[in-house]
Write a protein that binds this ligand. Structure first.
Ligand code: ADP
Ligand code: ASP
Ligand code: MG
Length: 422
């Protein structure tokens, strides 16, 4: 029997639905795609209704972006989305062929066929709703539904994409809508680590963490999960497992409980090299100026992260802040215009920075953590250009060339390679 037909199950049948997402390296070539097909078929044979979400083959999305940039350095986002969404279409079709080649039943579904409805913010669209009928129909006839990740359509039928790493979001959102019994994120590392294991070989795999910790790590650059996917997982309480498609190791469970590492105040170090900085000099220091500068950025859906303001004696202020590197040109254009209206003498941009953060839920109650961080960086000759803190993280902007060194230094300074005690 191939799977248990959804219609044949009583109420709560969705306990049999498993959503599996395979990232770019997991579908990088035909050999890898065939091995994913075997894994997926194994799950189906174990009695599950399997929905698979695939990313574009490794490097493909970047290749497509570069092609567009050969024509136009800032391509219109609607057309860019039409272009980059094709990467996922290719892998969905190839995986479906591979499953069928092994005797399985499968069909590929694009975002518009499932009906993953998003808003119209091209390149970083937000999911507004997902219809599940088409997917359930596919499962009912015993198919493995292979869904192209990362893509959706807006209410007018335009193709949209969900931001880089967006297939994670497709997977978690589908798991939420289908009330799946399991959501598995297959990638090229064996789980979520105390730091990027490709930067810190001593990094330790975390067995079980909370949505909040994962959200903070993803938000601060641990690209193993797209931050929006974790927001959705938390909102709809969708536990998920991050594991490798190259091994059978159990991976990291992310859920609302998580293990609070009592002994460990700092639980992870992250790095975000996709940040850029804008500095505005000598704006008038009076109420309303910040709102005039940041309002239009918010309207343009640009996320502003670290912000610092220095006030000078003459009633003038310098404001410096960071934005995602992809948004730098758009943000700079907006800011240049409004800043001059606010009397600014100069506006500068730089994309030569990276943000390094330490994360830990217990941090706010432990004095001295920030000092320890700053001292460790300074001992390695790393200059800090901006600092921001929240209840569960401290971030420092550093020169990009020092980012990896900073991560290694902090991982060692906070002893994160050691087994958790709590
Ligand atoms: P996929 O293509 O499967 O979506 P990604 O490249 O988006 O994979 O994410 C996996 C990568 O995330 C890993 O190869 C690793 O370099 C990086 N990464 C960054 N921080 C972490 C972390 N704390 N734990 C695990 N992986 C991390
Ligand atoms: N292919 C897209 C990207 O490279 C989406 C994803 O892989 O999740 O960002
Ligand atoms: Mg990814």
């Amino acid at each position: 029997m191939i799977g248990t037909p959804v219609h044949a199950l009583k109420k709560g049948s969705n306990v049999s639905i498993v959503v599996q997402k395979y990232g770019g390296t997991s579908v990088a070539d035909i050999h890898r795609i065939r091995s994913v097909a075997s894994r997926v078929l194994k799950s189906q044979k174990a009695g599950h209704n399997v929905v698979v979400v695939v990313s574009a083959m490794a490097g493909e999305t970047n290749r497509l972006v570069e092609l567009a940039r050969e024509i136009n350095l800032s391509p219109p986002e609607r057309e860019l989305d039409v272009l980059v969404s094709t990467g996922e279409q290719v892998s969905a079709a190839l995986l479906t062929l591979a499953i069928r080649d092994k005797g399985g039943k499968a069909e590929s579904l694009m975002g518009h066929q499932v009906r993953i409805i998003t808003d119209s913010t091209y390149a970083k669209a937000r999911i507004k709703g997902i219809e599940k009928d088409r997917l359930l129909k596919s499962l009912e006839v015993g198919h493995i539904a292979v869904v192209a990740g990362f893509q959706g359509i807006d209410e007018e039928g335009n193709i949209t994409t969900l931001g880089r790493g967006g297939s994670d979001t497709t997977a978690v959102a589908l798991a939420a809508v289908l009330e799946a019994f399991r959501c598995e994120i297959y990638t090229d590392v064996e789980g979520v680590y105390t730091a990027d294991p490709n930067i810190v070989p001593e990094a330790r795999k975390l067995k079980h963490i909370s949505f909040d910790e994962m959200m903070e790590m993803a938000g601060q650059g641990a690209k193993v999960m797209q931050v929006r996917s974790v927001e959705i997982a938390k909102k709809f309480n969708v536990p998920f497992v991050v594991r490798s498609s190259f091994s059978n190791e159990p991976g990291t469970l992310v859920d609302k409980e998580g293990l609070r590492m009592e002994g460990a105040v700092v639980s992870a170090v992250t790095c975000d090299a996709n940040q850029a900085r804008i500095a505005i000099y000598h704006v008038q220091d009076r109420p309303g100026v910040a709102a005039r500068i940041f309002g239009p950025l918010a309207q343009a859906n640009i996320v502003v992260d670290m912000i610092i303001q220095n006030v000078s004696a003459e009633g003038l202020a310098d404001i410096t802040f960071t934005v995602p590197r992809n948004d730098l040109e758009a943000a700079f254009g907006i800011v240049e215009k409004v800043s001059h209206e606010c009397g600014a003498t100069k506006v500068e941009k730089s994309d030569n920075i990276a943000k390094v953060s330490i994360i830990g839920v217990g941090m706010q109650y432990s004095p001295g953590i920030a000092a320890k961080m700053f001292e460790a960086l300074s001992k390695s000759g790393i200059n800090i250009s901006m600092i921001s803190t929240s209840e569960i993280k401290i971030s420092c902007a550093v020169e990009r060339k020092f980012a990896e060194l900073a991560v290694r230094v902090l991982h060692e300074r906070f002893g994160l390679e050691k087994e958790e005690t709590g």
